[in-house]
Design a protein around this ligand. Structure first.
Ligand code: DAT
Ligand code: MG
Length: 149
């Protein structure tokens, strides 16, 4: 089963949107396999956003993501990486479709509430950056047969 890494960014935590974001994924039927809050420090931020190093917005991105606590999670389900990207909406909230997370709660690109891995390979890399194996829980979702046929 596929896994993805999701994070409610500091603006989402400050605005009290952690429950709202998690609830959307739970209601969709996805399984939460890890969840914790942490404060990201510069070293982890730079590694997480390594692909953006050197871009003009990199410094602002690192200072934003390290500016307060985040809620980090690992979510499991069929095609979960792409589905959660769709549920998040476009990177620029102004272009995100209404009903998506960013299209419901966001305006500026530098305050776009949520992160989600963009591919299964990114997910594997990001999960390893933020979690140790023992934090990824292996359990049966009681409603599983009612979610997957
Ligand atoms: P996403 O978060 O949708 O995966 P990304 O990986 O391209 O988007 O960029 C990571 C974050 O960097 C994004 O959530 C917000 C910021 N960002 C991206 N492009 C930007 C831009 N052109 N100007 C300012 N910030 C940007
Ligand atoms: Mg990205």
């Amino acid at each position: 089963m596929e896994r993805t890494f999701v994070m409610v960014k500091p603006d989402g935590v400050q605005r009290g949107l952690v429950g709202e974001v998690v609830a959307r994924f739970e209601r969709r039927g996805f399984k939460l396999v890890a969840l914790k809050m942490l404060r990201i420090h510069r070293d982890l931020a730079e590694r997480h956003y390594a692909e953006h190093q050197g871009k003009p917005f990199f410094e602002d991105l690192v200072s934003y993501i390290t500016s307060g606590p985040v809620a980090a999670m690992v979510i499991e389900g069929r095609n979960v990486v792409a589905t959660i990207r769709e549920m998040m909406g476009a990177t620029q909230p102004a272009k995100a479709l209404p009903g998506t997370i960013r299209g419901t709660y966001g305006i500026d690109v530098g305050r776009n509430i949520v992160h989600g891995s963009d591919s299964p390979a990114s997910a594997a890399r990001e999960i390893e950056l933020f979690f140790v194996d023992a934090e990824l829980l292996d359990y049966q979702q009681a409603l599983e047969p009612w979610i997957h046929e």
